[in-house]
Design a protein around this ligand. Structure first.
Ligand code: GLU
Length: 420
């Protein structure tokens, strides 16, 4: 994971490649090459034992020309400025590519949530929200869950933000965050949205490539929200899960692993390690799993110089943000392996976040069928667009997706110009 430190350089090199390809206007290239705002806060929190600790939190607002800043909040011990900048820029491309009226942002706090009690996590989340103050807002910057956070943290953020308003205004601030629990204004289908969107995207891609999901095999890295939902939905399509890996270890079973049963086990035990109906395998063996599809759904840069040559799959479908380094991507391309890029494949999360935001704004509640149908429509449109762009420009899938996204932002800037 040595590439971790240079995540913004990695994101910048992807941007440069697409910008060169479409001959991006120099003014727009300059503007998009750095985030608009970089907010760093150090905030104190009282621990359960009465001592105090200072935490470092980030909110990077990359771009808001396509709509309000939008993107998740990550709680992880490796959160750092370069990482959050990269993740924020990917959100900008994601929203533009999907055609949803948001910009891009990302936030995080450098901590390992497993080391804190729920009461401490609540105080950390609330104090971080307070420290961000007016830097977030329902029409300005809208956080959501990411690695290490979920509906629980989003409801704490919402409640804290609401306290800054009069009672009569509070309901209209509910949509300051998305990914909330259902009872607190969340959307049906948001929980599984990233995994669901990934499979909707792969439905279209595989049909186009003449590949049948039914009867195929796959393996998943990261069995959290994204990985476990993607696995269960792939299984419902008739595909078989052969191996899984997470922070606790790797497991495999050539006869197949029941994705539902494994999800129930992980929910109870906190990881895949010790799962009784598979055997423990080494990380190299995991990457070498003989399966058709690999879904990296953990952290960035896991498909790198030391793992790329092990992968035997035909498709790498990126559930995580930035899982493939540019060098590994080249190696995979040479070996005929297709990488379906993050900004397309994992954008179901932010897409259903948008649906949640719209429902809150209009005081509506959509049923699950409507959410899934709309998500499928957005994913299908974007996937077909990327395939078409790839052919037209004779480039790889990521560069095609980036070219579409950056091209849309260029159009906005060319029409608007810059002030003054
Ligand atoms: N954190 C998710 C992502 O990386 C979701 C963002 C959102 O819903 O705003 O796409």
């Amino acid at each position: 994971m040595s590439d971790h430190l240079n995540l913004f350089e990695m994101a910048s090199s992807q941007f440069k490649k697409a910008a060169d390809l479409i001959n991006l206007n120099p003014m727009v290239r300059t503007i998009l090459s750095e985030p608009q705002n970089e907010i760093i806060v150090n905030f104190p929190v009282t621990m359960d034992d009465g001592t105090h600790r200072l935490f470092k939190g980030y909110r990077i607002q990359h771009n808001n020309t396509h709509g309000p800043y939008k993107g998740g909040i990550r709680f992880h011990e490796s959160v750092n400025l370069a990482e959050v900048k990269a993740l924020a820029s990917w959100m900008t491309w994601k929203s533009a590519l999907m055609g949803i009226p948001f910009g891009g942002a990302k936030g995080g706090v450098t901590l390992n949530p497993r080391n804190f009690s729920p009461a401490e996590l609540q105080r950390i989340t609330r104090r971080f929200t307070y420290a961000l103050g007016n830097n977030i807002g329902p029409e300005y910057d809208i956080p959501a869950p990411d690695v290490g956070t979920g509906a629980r943290e989003m409801v704490w953020m919402m409640d804290t933000y609401m306290q800054m308003f009069n009672a009569s205004e509070r309901n209209q601030t509910r949509r300051v965050v998305t990914g909330k629990s259902l009872i607190n204004g969340g959307s049906l289908g948001r929980d599984k949205a990233t995994g669901q969107g990934l499979v909707f995207c792969f439905d279209v891609w595989s049909q186009h490539a003449g590949f049948e999901i039914k009867g195929s095999t796959f393996f998943v890295q990261g069995y959290g929200n994204v990985g476990s939902h993607a696995a269960r939905i792939m299984q419902a399509r008739g595909a078989r899960l052969l191996a899984a890996n997470d922070h606790t270890g790797s497991i495999g079973n050539a006869d197949g692993i029941d994705a539902e049963d494994l999800a129930a086990y992980v929910a109870q035990k906190g990881g895949v390690k010790g799962y009784p109906r598979a055997k423990e395998i080494a990380l190299t063996e995991f990457f070498h799993t003989k399966a058709d599809v690999f879904i990296p759904a953990a952290l960035e840069c896991t498909v790198n110089a030391s793992t790329d040559s092990l992968i035997q799959a035909k498709f790498v479908v990126e559930g995580a943000n930035g899982p493939t380094t540019p060098e590994a991507e080249q190696t995979l391309a040479k070996r005929g392996i297709t990488v379906i890029p993050d900004i397309l494949a994992n954008s179901g999360g932010v897409t259903v976040s948008y649906f949640e935001w719209v429902q809150n704004k209009n005081s509506e509640i959509w049923d699950l069928e409507k959410v899934d149908e709309e998500l499928n429509r957005v994913m299908t449109r974007a996937t077909l667009g990327v395939i078409q762009e790839m052919k037209a420009r004779k480039c790889d899938p990521r560069t095609a997706a980036m070219a579409l996204a950056v091209g849309r932002l260029e159009k906005i800037y060319m029409e608007r110009g810059i002030f003054p």
